[in-house]
Design a protein around this ligand. Structure first.
Ligand code: ZN
Length: 499
């Protein structure tokens, strides 16, 4: 029985990895005229994969395996497979086929309408699409079922086991301390030397330096690549085939370099998952939040630290001699950590980022729970931005139309970004307690102790536990906003002179 299940899963994993490769190629190499056929290929594969994941035969195997002793412990290999595959099977089979098709159709039309509305700053034109999308997502939540809030049912897709109330509590505590910290940064009137990052950084040399840094932190280029795309992501096309992407602008060092470190963090997680379980739950990542904890750790806690730049600033000056010959290490460290409230989430810094997420979480939860009508979204958005982030959008394009998530139906996705930042800080504290002074190691070019720790405590676990169980198991504490706040207060207090 188990062997049949594994064979079935292996074939599904073959299809899914082909889908991954085609999806990566679509973003990196596909000529524009090839788009229509590629969409057919991807839709065909998605249909095949969905059919396999909802096959009645699979349901029967799982029902039988659930009765066996081997599956009694959900943290064992077999138990984890059976519990997680059952969970997925039940979720996918709860949705009527017509709803699945309607969601896919509306998502693609709505995406198209959003691109136009954003360019034209036309919320009214987009509003009917968002209303339809929201209605479909609420129908999905009803089909999945929930105990307290329909938002729970949607959140569960991205962060299994998380609830609206649990997320609301920790984000609420975070906001209470983070908003005043951001105000202190603004009130300090200290200005970071951000212009250093806008000097001339030739693109070919950015790639060279980015690859050097990714390899130094442990990304294995024998089983991975780095390519160029419009919106950076990390994809995978097999157990030893991880695809990082970034983008380069000659006059923005930070955009390209920190996208590489961020995606390499995701890639290190993929490369650390147990190969022998590829395509099955013990070989898969726990949640989007845990995935994001890995990317944010390498991007921010490692790559923006002084220790990191004590090791890499001299090589960086060597590669970009004309731009950096006259720059001091302290100024560079300040430049890569500059903070300022801004309108656009994807361009925001380590301190203000979570405020952007808190706004989205509150608004999308209110929409799903029926407390906020789509028609009232622009006003609610602008009010929330003024109160929480400290800036007021001049138009909807730079306001509630800025993100791709809602137009594509991804309600419940946003909180995973902040959860990732919170998990990262809490894991990092524990790694430091276990290993000693991590920044001193970074300064000496030693990244393998931290990577080894992540491999042992997080990557190798697969889906044997939920995200909140993992946090408790690894750190001995439930998730808290405090490790992140301590870190941000110390870093920004020092940089902006109010420590
Ligand atoms: Zn990410």
């Amino acid at each position: 029985m188990l062997q049949q299940l594994r064979d079935h899963a292996r074939e599904t994993a073959l299809l899914a990895s082909i889908e991954g490769l085609l999806g990566w190629d679509e973003q990196v190499y596909l000529p524009p005229a090839g788009g229509a056929w590629r969409a057919e290929q991807l839709a065909y594969l998605a249909g095949q994969i969905h059919r396999r994941r909802t096959a009645p035969q699979l349901g029967e195997w799982l029902a039988e395996l659930r009765e066996s002793d081997a599956a009694a412990d959900p943290q064992s290999d077999v138990g984890c497979c059976v519990a997680q595959l059952t969970r997925r099977y039940e979720r996918e089979t709860k949705l009527p086929a017509e709803l699945v098709e309607e969601v896919a159709r509306v998502a693609s039309q709505s995406h198209h309408a959003w691109v136009e509305a954003r360019t034209a700053n036309d919320f009214a034109g987009f509003r009917p699409w968002l209303e339809r999308t929201l209605d479909l997502q609420r129908r999905r939540a009803e089909a999945f079922g929930y105990e307290h809030s329909p938002y729970d049912a949607l959140l569960d897709e991205y962060e299994p086991g998380a609830t609206a109330d649990g997320v609301g509590r920790v984000l609420g505590s975070l906001r209470e301390e983070l908003a005043p910290l951001v105000r202190q940064i603004v009130d300090s009137r200290v200005v970071a030397p951000s212009e250093l990052l806008a000097r001339s950084f030739p693109v070919d040399r950015q790639e060279e330096f980015g690859k050097l840094a990714a390899a130094a932190i442990g990304f294995d280029f024998a089983s991975g690549r780095l390519d160029v795309t419009a919106h950076p992501f990390c994809g995978e096309a097999g157990p030893a085939d991880v695809r990082l992407t970034t983008r380069y602008q000659e006059h923005d060092f930070g955009d390209g370099f920190y996208s590489i470190l961020h995606e390499a963090g995701h890639g290190l997680y993929e490369q650390g998952l147990p190969d022998e379980w590829y395509g099955l739950p013990p070989g898969e990542s726990i949640s989007l939040g845990i995935h994001e904890s890995q990317s944010r750790m390498w991007e921010n806690l490692v790559g923006r630290s002084r220790g990191f730049w004590r090791r890499f600033f001299a090589p960086c000056q060597g590669v970009f001699h004309e731009a950096l010959a006259d720059v001091e290490l302290d100024d560079w460290c300040f430049a890569v950590n500059a903070s300022r409230p801004s309108l656009i989430r994807t361009e925001s810094d380590e301190a203000t980022y979570n405020l952007h997420i808190i706004v989205r979480y509150e608004l999308e939860r209110a929409m799903i729970e029926g407390d906020l009508a789509v028609a009232d979204l622009p006003g609610a958005w602008n009010e929330a931005y003024a109160a929480t982030v400290g800036v007021t959008p001049p138009n909807d394009s730079d306001g509630c139309l800025q993100d791709v998530h809602w137009p594509s139906g991804a309600f419940g996705y946003f909180p995973t970004y902040s959860l990732g930042n919170l998990y990262a800080a809490q894991f990092f504290d524990q790694a430091e307690a276990d290993l000693g002074d991590l920044e001193a190691m970074f300064a000496a070019g030693e990244f393998s102790p931290l990577l080894g720790w992540l491999r042992e405590h997080i990557h190798s676990v697969g889906q044997r536990v939920t995200a909140s169980e993992l946090v408790q198991r690894v750190t001995g504490q439930p998730l808290s906003h405090e490790p992140l706040m301590r870190r941000l207060r110390a870093k920004f207090g020092e940089l902006y002179g109010f420590a």
